[in-house]
Design a protein around this ligand. Sequence first.
Ligand SMILES: [Zn+2]
Length: 262
Amino acid sequence: MNVDKNEPSHLTNSRSRLERAGTGRVAERAVDEITRYIESNGLVAGDKLPPERVFIDMLSVSRSSLREALRVLSTVGVIDVRHGDGMYVASVKPLHSAGKALFDATEQHALRNLVETRQGIEVAAVTAAVQRATDEDLASLQQMLEQQGTHLADDPDFVWEPLEFELAIVEMGGNSWLYDIELMLRDAWQTLSSGLRASVGRHTEWHAEHRAILASMRSRNITQAQRLVMAHLSLERFEQDLAFRTGARKERAQRSADSTIQ
Ligand SMILES: [Zn+2]
């Protein structure tokens, strides 16, 4: 094959592919690169970040793509944009890549979309699990709940691995597609609920609900298990928790503003 060195068509091709990918992809890459910048420079919460124009040059992105990336990073709590002052690292946490691809926390109905998807997957999973789980499976789920119960009794702020109970049920259903989707949902859930879980303290309530779900599974009552899973995933309650978190954050910001004034 004859390669014409004067005609670097691969460059033209890759450029047009990039253009076709659009602002969303560019912003997504910028999110990754800014996160990597924070990590590789060992920045911690409270450290100031370079101004926008430095990132625009460094990442070769447009101002609008950068702004979109900064909005995402700010929504998930990685950076803190203080108008008229600059950008700061808010907390250092890896973005969960699968969850990020699936889930845009800035989307208007992010919480609703996530909860509805969890409902679909988890109702399907509990249906499969009631039919297929062995007695040993259910006994090990019982053991998990008992251990969590012991931790909760010692420490009301105890927080278990996100969706630990739900993932165990999905696994018992034996459907690997449901399991893979539930893992993505878990990552998306972590992105949305970081800071929410510990401050709201729903774990005692959730634990009681998990016990009821398990009881319905042990009696192999599919309809009851489905109903309890739906009640456990009440969108209304999640919305209250989200409002609570936003309120608590505003209160904290107000308190720190007050203490600066004093
Ligand atoms: Zn649960």
